[in-house]
Design a protein around this ligand. Structure first.
Ligand code: SP5
Ligand code: ZN
Length: 348
């Protein structure tokens, strides 16, 4: 299986995230790239090729892209480092519907207030290398799509930072640009009339769901720890979310109980794989987070490497051209093996 990566993806260094008001050590670190590369050494390595912004702009609003591209330089030009002693852009003010109360707000002028117009949590900081890395991750995903369009049955995109929490207008959840959504659009452009995104990350991919919510041509199916039990992204990922308008029925969510292990997890993957086949999808994007692993610090699911391999066999067994896009997975000592197990199951 071709493994696509870019050294530029290492340039995003979150340093810390703010969780319930407290700076905690960031878990979405550059060392994740090296942990995965080491575990996939037997697969052929391809460096990502630059792609233009066309599909980036199909998935994301121009306002979000402009903000992310310029935020770090604007922060550096402002008084922030002397005020707060750090070079990371952190949101603090969020113009939520509760504030707006139906009125049309003026645009915020202060950078630290603008941030909350685009970012919806306090854990997803922007630093000097964030834009370059996030943009490189999109090139990684698009290069993997190219390989599949040229005839590879499966290609793996070592995207980092991850992307599935990014909506058309907003970023969060350690994600800045939605790599999987861009890959799905590229497969559509290559002639696949119906594409499926199956998201096995431990968290619901609210961003990808938002991108395709009203679309019948891109299915989105996810299994994840139940947000109703208190898990990120909290307000989305419940079973009654099935898409809207023309996309009604083209979204599925299978929330799992805290502590769920291989048996219910692989059964949910089987359910989504059957759904994707029955719908006549001709290409597959897998949002391949491995944070459902038992040892992972960010989720209470208890999936083993045997479970990841079984999921790969189930989804790969459908025989569809497949682009595997890395999402979460934070235990540096085991995440590479989990990715390798999935790839071994999915097959070339
Ligand atoms: C792509 C992805 O997997 N994003 C995950 C975002 C969820 N982050 C939630 C963080 C909650 C606080 N984490 C503190 C660690 C406690 N063990
Ligand atoms: Zn996750």
């Amino acid at each position: 299986i071709p493994v696509v990566w870019s050294p530029v993806t290492r340039e995003h260094q979150p340093r810390h995230e703010v969780w319930v008001g407290v700076p905690t050590v960031g878990t979405e670190v550059p060392e994740r790239v090296d942990a995965i590369l080491a575990a996939l050494a037997e697969h052929p390595l391809h460096e990502a090729v630059p792609h233009d912004d066309e599909l980036l702009e199909v998935v994301h609003d121009g306002d979000l892209l402009a903000f992310l591209e310029g935020a770090s330089a604007a922060w550096a030009a402002g008084p922030y480092e002397e005020l707060v002693g750090q070079d990371r852009v952190v949101p603090y003010f969020f113009p939520t519907p509760a504030l707006l109360a139906g009125m049309e707000p003026h645009p915020a002028t202060a950078l630290h207030a603008q941030t909350g117009e685009h970012c919806y949590d306090t854990m997803t900081l922007v630093g000097p290398g964030t834009w370059a890395a996030a943009r490189a991750a999109v090139d990684v995903a698009l290069t993997a799509v190219d390989l599949v369009v040229e005839g590879a049955r499966t290609a793996y995109a070592l995207c980092r930072p991850p992307g599935h929490h990014v909506t058309p207008r907003g970023y969060g959840g350690s994600c800045y640009l939605n790599n999987a959504a861009v890959a799905a659009e590229a497969l559509r452009d290559a002639g696949h009339e119906r594409v499926a995104v199956v998201d096995v990350d431990a968290h619901h991919g609210n961003g990808t769901q938002a991108v395709f919510w009203e679309r019948a041509d891109v299915l989105y199916g996810s299994l994840h720890v139940d947000p109703g039990a208190g898990w990120f992204p909290h307000v989305f990922g419940h079973a009654d979310e099935v898409g809207g308008g023309a996309g009604e029925g083209a979204t599925r969510n299978l929330p799992l109980a805290e502590g769920a292990g291989d048996e219910p997890w692989v059964a949910a993957v089987e359910d989504l794989a059957g759904w994707v086949s029955d719908a006549g999808c001709t290409a597959l994007v897998v949002s391949l987070g491995v944070d459902a692993a038992g040892v992972d610090p960010e989720s209470p699911l208890q999936v083993t490497d045997a479970g990841f391999a079984a999921a790969g066999r189930v989804l790969g067994g459908r025989g569809l051209p497949s682009v595997l896009v890395q999402e979460g997975g934070y235990d540096l000592g085991s995440m590479g093996a989990a990715v390798a197990a999935y790839l071994g199951g999915h097959g070339e």
